[in-house]
Ligand binder design. Sequence first.
Ligand SMILES: [Zn+2]
Length: 230
Amino acid sequence: MSRGKGRKGTAKRPTKHPVVVVAGEDRNDRASLRILLEAVCPQMRGRIVEISDDVRLHKATGENLTSRIRTLARKVKARAQREKADVACVFIHEDFDRPDGAAWTAAHAKVEQELSKSLGTGHYVLAAAEMEAWLLLFPGALADTVTTWQIPERRVGRDTGRMADPKRILMTEVTGKGGRKYRESDAPEVVRNIVDNGHLSAPQGTNRSLDRFNEDARVCGEKHIGSGKG
Ligand SMILES: [Zn+2]
């Protein structure tokens, strides 16, 4: 009956979905991760924000590791506040810069343990040896990007996590003579082709760090992103 009466006490609730934060040093790598996350976990679409951070966690130990993660956690929180949203989950990327092996297993476990202490939920994306190794699993997507790009036969069907220098392989072996050379800024387009052209489910070879990332993205979608209900 009392038309026009102002409604009091309707404090604004956040109307936005909680965000997923992708942290990492390199913007091409962050862009690539964003494309992969949205592919594996469609409910992340429109909810991913990025922070630039030099990360450097895999070599850190003890108090040094704890304080670096605390700093990261503060940045993550501040980034979400800028969006006026809560944090749903965090993906932190770093290149291992060494091939896969026992050291990778130990470093990944150590950092993830610290992440869960500081952030609650968070995923450590430790690419072995670097994210370019993931691209070497998808010859079709490389050829979709530049038709002359071809992975040498002896590199196909391998564990690309064991390759010491995947970036060099892309720049020198994949590029044909006189052809357009691979550049780091090509990575997001290659990843876009992996996703859009149906290559993601059919890698030619293995890479444990990519498997781990895919599994993390799937678990994140199921358990951390939720249905949007409080
Ligand atoms: Zn998660």
